[in-house]
Every structure is written in structure tokens, then in C-alpha cells.
Write a protein that binds this ligand. Sequence first.
Ligand code: HEM
Length: 204
Amino acid sequence: MTERIYLLPLWLRIWHWINALLIITLGITGTSIHFASPGALLVEFSLAVRIHNFAGIALAILYAGFVVANAISGNWWQYVPKPPGILQRCWKQTQFYCWGVFKGEQEPFPVTKEVNFNALQAITYWFIMYAVLPVTVLTGLIFLYPQWAPDKLFGVDGLLPVAVLHYLSAGVIILFAIAHIYLGTMGKTVTSLFKTMITGWHEH
Ligand code: HEM
């Protein structure tokens, strides 16, 4: 029997899809800027810079909105990894993603209205949204306003560590997005989690 739960409020779904669009835009233009060449890899350099700056500021504002709305709505609690037995729950979930799902096994920790994320999702979403993304946004803003950067850091020009952190944290987000889209196919059917993220209704 199929059970339906109304899980995701409209603001969260709107945030998610604008966020995804901005991250894809930033990924494409950021790659074009980093690997700029006269033959233009993806987007012409000066156009890529203008789009990247605009999308970066939009992402910074959207991120601030996410943190505030997540706090006010109480949705932040989903993101907190809950310790008792968390390693065992992560291992069970990994086994499900690696082979259980291909053998038609049941999802080990089905979604409820109270607990939306399994242990792996809580750890990953917490890490990306509250540890990695703020670093990318902050270092991006410092790049845009280099007068904020320290003159020297660790004996080198202050902008160099900022550049390295921006590049590495952005790389982590792109790797996350690829894995995230793949794991998004592991719902009741291949498309059901994507539908949940559009309609707010979860089915299992
Ligand atoms: C085209 C790109 C993307 C697609 C197709 C996509 C798809 C999905 C799907 C299907 C879900 C629901 C499944 C679940 O609960 O895990 C979801 C949730 C989520 N996604 Fe994405 N996603 C994309 C990009 C991103 C990016 C770039 C980020 C962050 C940098 C992100 C962060 C999240 C978060 C935090 C949730 C949980 C939201 C909540 O319930 O509080 N997504 N996404």
C-alpha cells in the first residue's frame, strides 16, 4: 500500500530549485573562469565573470534566507546528526544504497513527518549547508571585495588562501551535487524523490 505524507513546505522547495540553478550556473561559469583560454572552454571569460559575480551575490542572499527560514520553521532540526547508533545507521543506509536497493529491499529508515532525513542525509546535508557552502560564499564575497582580505596570511598574499579555499569548497559542492542527484533516484521509483522536491508530497 502506498502512503503519502505532505513533507516539504513551499518556501523550502522554491529555495531548493533556485539554489540548484544558481549552483549549476556558478559551476559552469566558475569552471570557465578557472580554465580560461583564448578558445573559451565553455563561456567567454568576461561574460563568465559577470554571470559568476551576479549569481554569487544572488546565492549569498539566498543562503542567508535559507538559514533564517530554516531556523524559524524548525526545519534546521532535521539537519542535526543524532548520535545514538549513528554509525550503525549510516552503515545500514550505505549497504542499502550499494546493493539493498538493487535487490528490491525495503528502505531501512522510511521517511516520517517528524524525521525526514536518514543518518547519512543528516550528516551530508549538515556538512554541505552549514560547513562547506558558507565557506564558498564567504570566500567568494572576499574575492569580490578584495579590500576585505588580509594583506598577508601564512606568509603569502592574503588572497591566495582565500582562492584555494574557494576552489576546494566549490569542488566539494560540485561532487556533492553529482552524488546527490544519483542518490535522488533511490526513492520508491526512480523519479519519486524528484517529484517530492517539486510537489512537497512524499510517497513510500
Ligand atoms: C539539479 C540539481 C539538483 C537536484 C536534481 C536535486 C534533487 C533533490 C531531491 C530529489 C531531493 C529530495 C531527496 C532528499 O530528501 O534527499 C533534494 C533535497 C535536498 N537538496 Fe537537492 N538537488 C539538486 C541540487 C542541490 C544542491 C546544489 C544542493 C546544495 C548545495 C542541494 C541541497 C539539498 C538539500 C539540503 C535537500 C534537503 C532539503 C530539506 O528537506 O530540508 N540540492 N534534492
